[in-house]
Design a protein. Structure first.
Ligand code: ARG
Length: 472
């Protein structure tokens, strides 16, 4: 055991307590962020004359060498150390001696870990937005190719009115675009540097917190040292954004699973994204979509877990907060993988357009338009609704559609029917006449797609929204 805090203790910590307390098993993932943060800290200490320039250089080079050795497998991160912070400091002192002992001047592990998590999460917010951007461009391209691909639109999972594939996927474009903008919001709110808050009450050293924040590409230092070490709101916001992304992906997965069923047969999932059965040779299962739907639970779990962890702890830092890491790492990896895999599955998925169109014709998706036809001929809407309802009942008994009835038969229900009714309730008319903003008519859809493309073009242009962590 190599702890940072032996001085005031007389006895040894129990082995079980040491293991229970240690975070090295999972916070080793923060090693790059920890080194970057330490380099910024010592640069600031040197600028302020708290350590010499030479000591600063020694520390920075020492940290670089440790990182290199870890990356090359020459140095193992073992549970001899309590956490990644102790690992780096102990190894640094071993390598460069006394200068290494000065690295932690004016700093506590409380502001250190707050910084490390922020650096790590900030980068992951950006990576998640990048994955979403891939999903959005994929949706945009499929939408462009399918302005005239008719399919039934559903409510209550009952056929309702015809739409197009472009329109249906356009709904997901909206959801994922909102998700991406949510990430931008989180990024701008979290982009403040907690380093220099010390354990909770700042420090008496003349630290230049603005300078450290600037080196690490933050918008500035955080404004209250107690809040700096105990705030995990940004992480809760991120987990909540990830949960919403997973909720959208899960709904989409559910639809793909239904569309891929033998009964619907709207899509064929590529072999690369399906699996077989060990006993039933004919099976080709949509496992990827099912797993995305299933993994939504663990991301919600992470959000719940952190909310519950944080709800009862007094200011400022408490060790409970160490529990923020494992669940967050898992939720971040899970969501990113799900977005990327789902996007790849979409890119290779075959849409069975004939089957979708056939399905859009059956099931009385033209009933609303038939009622609207009568309204245009002067019948009040409520009466028209009743007339078409009776026609539908009549057709169900005979297993036919409205347009299979002759004009004479239709006239028995309402004398207003004329030969132009067939054209008025054709699938093409039902879709293409829907021209209001946001509707499935191809002209309206082209307008929506133009707006989407503008949003995509502008997504990365405000670079201050997403700074990249290639600092120092
Ligand atoms: N492993 C700790 C965490 O993740 C680091 C901070 C430790 N601070 C302390 N006062 N023990 O929260």
């Amino acid at each position: 055991m190599a702890q940072l805090w032996g001085g005031r203790f007389q006895g040894e910590i129990s082995e079980l307590a040491w293991k229970f307390n240690a975070s090295i098993y999972f916070d080793k993932r923060l090693i790059n962020a920890d080194a970057v943060g330490s380099k910024a800290h010592v640069s600031m200490l040197a600028k302020q004359g708290i350590i010499t320039n030479e000591e600063c250089e020694q520390i920075k080079n020492g940290l670089d060498e440790i990182l290199k050795d870890v990356n090359e497998g020459k140095l193992q991160i073992t549970d001899k150390y309590e956490d990644v912070h102790s690992f780096l400091e102990a190894n640094l002192i071993e390598r460069i001696g006394d200068a290494g002992k000065k690295m932690h001047t004016g700093r506590s592990r409380n502001d250190q870990v707050a910084l490390d998590m922020r650096l790590f999460v900030r980068e992951e917010v950006k990576n998640t937005a990048e994955a979403l951007y891939g999903m959005l461009t994929t949706l945009d391209s499929i939408m462009n190719d399918n302005l005239y691909t008719y399919m039934p639109g559903f409510t209550h999972l009952q056929k309702a009115q015809p739409v197009t594939l472009a329109h249906h996927l356009g709904a997901y474009f909206e959801m994922f675009y909102r998700d991406a903008t949510r990430l931008k919001d989180i990024y701008s709110r979290m982009n403040y540097c907690p380093l220099g808050a010390g354990a909770l009450a700042g420090t008496t050293y003349p630290l230049d917190r603005e300078y450290t924040a600037q080196l690490l590409k933050f918008n500035g230092p955080t404004n209250n040292s107690m809040d700096s070490v105990s705030d995990r709101d940004y992480l809760i916001e991120f987990l909540s954004a990830l949960s919403i992304i997973m909720m959208h992906l899960s709904r989409f997965s559910e639809e793909v699973i239904i569309w891929n069923s033998n009964e619907y047969n709207f899509v064929t999932i590529d072999d690369a994204y399906s699996t077989g059965s060990s006993i039933m040779p004919q099976k080709k299962n949509p496992d990827i979509a099912e797993l995305v739907r299933g993994k939504t639970g663990r991301v919600y779990g992470a959000l719940n877990s952190l909310l519950v962890t944080m709800k009862g702890i007094p200011l400022a830092y408490d060790k409970d907060m160490q529990e923020d890491k494992e669940v967050s790492f898992d939720a971040i990896d899970t969501t990113k993988n799900c977005i990327i895999l789902f996007t790849d599955m979409l890119k290779t998925m075959k849409f069975n357009k004939d089957q979708m169109e056939k399905s859009a014709i059956r099931g009385f998706t033209d009933a609303t338009d038939a009622a609207d036809y009568l309204v245009n001929k002067g019948v009040p809407f409520r009466d028209a609704h009743g007339i078409i309802g009776r026609i539908v009942l009549h057709c169900i008994d005979r297993s036919i559609g409205i347009s299979d009835l002759s004009i004479e038969e239709l006239k028995k229900f309402a004398p207003e029917f004329d030969n132009d009714v067939y054209e008025a309730i054709s699938l093409k008319t039902c879709v293409e006449k829907r021209l209001t903003v946001g509707a499935p008519g191809p002209e309206a859809m082209s307008g929506s797609i133009k707006i989407n493309q503008k949003l995509l073009d502008e997504f990365w242009t405000h670079s201050e929204d997403f700074e990249i962590l290639d600092v120092l």
